[in-house]
Design a protein. Structure first.
Length: 371
């Protein structure tokens, strides 16, 4: 007959089970790599997941199909027809905090891109104001004529100030790889912007870079022609072809303040202001996009994009090291060490339980022999 265990041993056994379960849960939880805050990715390859919210005014479209220019896989095609009403087709990614982020994406201007002496904004960071007031984006990447440029806006004395940073010649028929490392400024702390294109630093900005009011800036990518807004009249549309461009490989990750990529070289296009960038004498109006007058549109399954809260990096090796799409590393989660510690602790507890049971059994046998 098996020897009945005394109550004290039963209590210790229950405690042992609880401790072991806790260690197992801790080990399993630690085995999952930590997801970077504000991490999001769209590569447009999976038909099972949807694109983010679309801000479309008029009859523009954002559709997914084969990438042009010899690039493999899928890409998003953005267009704005010159119909007197349409002026914006953008994907909108909200929910980011007011800290530091790396924004990486590719875009492509077709070989027949029409140069116009007006802005076509292809990416912008927009801060929605609590009063609903129309206001310029805090940062905007645009093609103007045959060149890329960046505009940075901030508030001083109740007036919007602007800095225009040249980023080099646009190259229709070429895929551009953009990386923006942005640390948003606050009322008492300067911010920074570092821009690389195809691995080369093409521009930077130090100092105030947003309005310090309203919501944290969110990200919009696609095409926006502010001078095509209906209230601007037909003059700016005369002789213009529809705007068509392609976007792909969008990745957003949280970074350390002031983070910068490792560029191969540096070209002019920098503002380092004293107390804030020097405003241009006559800022070019970009106007802010008003809330979309059309309902949110979702692409059908065949035109769906790919999202993942952890897609900013992929696991590399047994250490749980994460890497961004551009090759930079995210901090290791130490997965292997956590699992080893959990297994060692469980083994030690199991051995202790076995010895405790043997000792109590021996004591029980000794008591019976005394009687």
């Amino acid at each position: 007959m098996p020897t009945a265990l005394p109550p004290s041993f039963a209590r210790r056994a229950r405690l042992l089970v609880a401790c072991t379960a806790t260690l197992i849960v801790a080990g399993v939880g630690g085995a999952s790599p930590a997801t970077a805050a504000d991490a999001v990715s769209y590569d447009f390859e999976s038909p099972s997941q949807k694109l983010p919210f679309m801000a479309i005014n008029g009859f523009g479209r954002v559709l997914v199909g084969p990438a042009p220019g010899g690039k493999p896989g899928q890409a998003a095609r953005v267009n704005i027809p010159n119909d007197g009403r349409s002026f914006k087709s953008e994907l909108v990614i909200k929910g980011l905090d007011a800290g530091s982020h790396r924004f990486s994406f590719t875009n492509y201007l077709p070989g027949d891109w029409q140069e116009r002496d007006l802005d076509t904004i292809v990416a912008q960071w927009f801060s929605t104001q609590g009063d609903g007031e129309g206001i310029k984006p805090v940062v905007a990447l645009s093609v103007h004529g045959g060149n890329w440029q960046l505009k940075v806006h901030w508030m001083s004395g109740g007036e919007i100030q602007e800095s225009v940073i040249p980023l080099g010649a646009a190259r229709p028929g070429h895929w551009n790889r953009w990386v923006f490392d942005i640390t948003w400024s606050s009322a008492g702390k300067p911010g920074s912007i570092a821009v690389t294109r195809d691995g080369v630093t093409v521009g930077s900005h130090q100092g105030t870079n947003n309005y310090h009011r309203g919501e944290p800036p969110h990200f919009r990518i696609g095409a926006y022609r502010p001078n095509w807004r209906p209230e601007k009249g037909p003059e700016k549309r005369a002789g213009a072809a529809e705007a068509v461009l392609f976007i792909d490989d969008i990745t957003i990750t949280s970074t350390a303040p002031g983070a910068r990529p490792n560029p191969s070289s540096t070209t002019p296009g920098t503002t380092t202001p004293s107390g804030g960038p020097t405003p241009t004498p006559k800022p070019t109006s970009t106007d802010s996009p008003a809330p979309s007058t059309s309902a949110s549109t979702q692409v059908p399954a065949a035109s769906a994009g790919s999202t993942s809260t952890s897609a900013a990096g992929t696991a590399s090796g047994a250490s749980g090291q994460m890497t961004n799409a551009d090759g930079t590393s995210l901090p290791s989660t130490g997965t292997t060490g956590v699992i080893a510690t959990g297994v060692t602790g469980i083994a030690a507890l199991a051995a202790g339980a076995y010895l405790l049971r043997r000792r109590n059994a021996a004591r029980s046998t000794h008591r019976r022999s005394d009687t």
